[in-house]
Design a protein around this ligand. Structure first.
Ligand code: HEC
Length: 127
């Protein structure tokens, strides 16, 4: 049972690395996977670009310099995945100090798949 999970995970790793054969499955990795799942920051960068986030937000990692919303390089320091996720899928849940509600689109929670959302959060956390 645990072994099957391990093998599936190893297969994923191998697939993710374009078929490199040097990946060795290690037991403890399975137990320490982040709660958010196999999020992919590189895919998240594309989600950021494709959804116009940079039109409103500054984020160096994305080459974005929008001024309408908070500078994500500054405000997301130390924020956890859950906070970032909620900020995107339900922007009015908590309004950043000094900003107005209903400026950031309320539609991302329904437009983005949960995979896209997780990728996006992972990207924002690495930035
Ligand atoms: C039309 C402009 C606009 C767009 C497009 C937009 N945002 Fe925002 N965003 C804002 C504004 C204004 C705020 C501050 C008000 C608030 O907290 O909802 C904000 C807040 C946030 C916050 C919370 C920051 C904090 O300190 O609480 C995050 C994270 C965020 N946006 C990420 C994104 C991402 C990722 C996208 C693209 C999927 C995006 N935004 C698209 C305007 C925008």
């Amino acid at each position: 049972m645990a072994r099957a999970v391990l093998i599936a995970f190893a297969a994923l790793l191998v697939a993710g690395c374009g078929g490199e054969k040097t990946v060795e499955p290690t037991g403890p990795v399975v137990g320490t996977l982040p709660k958010v799942g196999k999020a992919n920051p590189a895919a998240g960068k594309k989600v950021f670009a494709d959804n116009g986030c940079g039109g409103c937000h500054t984020l160096q990692a994305a080459g974005a310099s929008g001024q309408i919303g908070p500078d994500l390089d500054k405000v997301l320091k130390g924020k956890d995945a859950e906070f970032i996720k909620t900020s995107i899928s339900d922007p009015n849940a908590e309004i950043a100090p000094g900003y107005q509600p209903n400026v950031m689109p309320q539609s991302y929670g329904s437009e983005l798949t949960s995979q896209q959302l997780n990728d996006l959060v992972a990207f924002l956390q690495t930035g």
